[in-house]
Ligand binder design. Structure first.
Ligand code: COA
Length: 205
């Protein structure tokens, strides 16, 4: 397996963007207004050299890792904002419009093809994303991550959830653990990272 930028070729980019979520992925994510800024066309037009695919020797695509650049030096910005995922995405779009020079690369999503699940592919994608950030001269690589399994534990505060450790000192949550194993450090809880708007009926179901 190797990690390549989506700019490597349109076939790879198309295959990467077509990777579906697993059937049991949180359907509650629909209704996320800011997420509408991340269209497939926009990622490919503006940031295909900053996003990656994990491909095997036959050229088959097993994962994508989407990233956006932003300038964290703009006055009033904090590279680890409470607004998390949404805040960095809005800054990235703002910087694109204002043509600012970015200093920070931010992971927006890693998706592994369900057929390749639980084989360590996400760790490969993450390592490739981090290497790309370094090779392209960014000062910082950040990841406002959403632990998918937190949805099974809705009544636990995120700080308590993220603080649960195994005997070996690594996070109990597997997605947090993958990032810590890759060298990541937990910088805080972004409590307003993703705001999903939906009616009560939908939330209750
Ligand atoms: C989350 C996701 C990227 C994980 O990818 P993956 O390649 O299957 O994960 P890995 O094989 O690298 O596993 C990493 C760790 O998580 C564990 N794990 C993976 N899926 C799991 C699951 N459904 N339940 C419990 N543990 C799980 C693995 O056992 C492994 O644990 P370890 O540290 O003890 O070795 C993948 O499930 C996915 O694409 N989900 C949909 C998109 C998404 O939610 N992305 C994350 C937010 S952007």
């Amino acid at each position: 397996m190797k990690v390549v930028p989506l700019s490597e070729g349109s076939a790879i980019a198309e295959a990467a963007m077509a990777i579906p979520y697993p059937d049991d992925a949180g359907a509650f994510m629909a209704g996320h207004l800011t997420g509408q800024l991340v269209t497939r066309t926009r990622i490919l037009r503006h940031w295909s050299d900053l996003s990656i695919a994990v491909v095997d020797d036959d050229g088959e695509c097993h994962a994508r890792g989407l990233m956006v650049p932003l300038d964290a030096t703009v006055a009033g910005r904090d590279p680890f904002p409470d607004g998390g995922w949404e805040q960095v995405l809005i800054w990235a779009i703002d910087d694109l419009l204002e043509q600012r020079q970015p200093d920070t690369l931010c992971a927006l999503e890693i998706a592994v093809h369900p057929d390749a699940a639980r084989q360590g592919v996400s760790g490969l994608a993450l390592a490739g994303m981090r290497t790309l950030a370094r090779d392209r001269g960014f000062d910082r690589f950040i990841a406002p991550l959403r632990p998918p399994l937190k949805a099974n534990d809705p009544w636990t505060d995120m700080a308590d959830y993220a603080g649960r450790l195994r005997d070996d000192g690594l996070p109990q949550d597997p997605w947090l653990r993958t990032h810590v194993k890759a060298g990541g450090r937990l910088r805080g809880i972004a409590r307003r990272s993703t705001t999903v708007t939906a009616g009560l009926d939908r939330w209750r179901s």
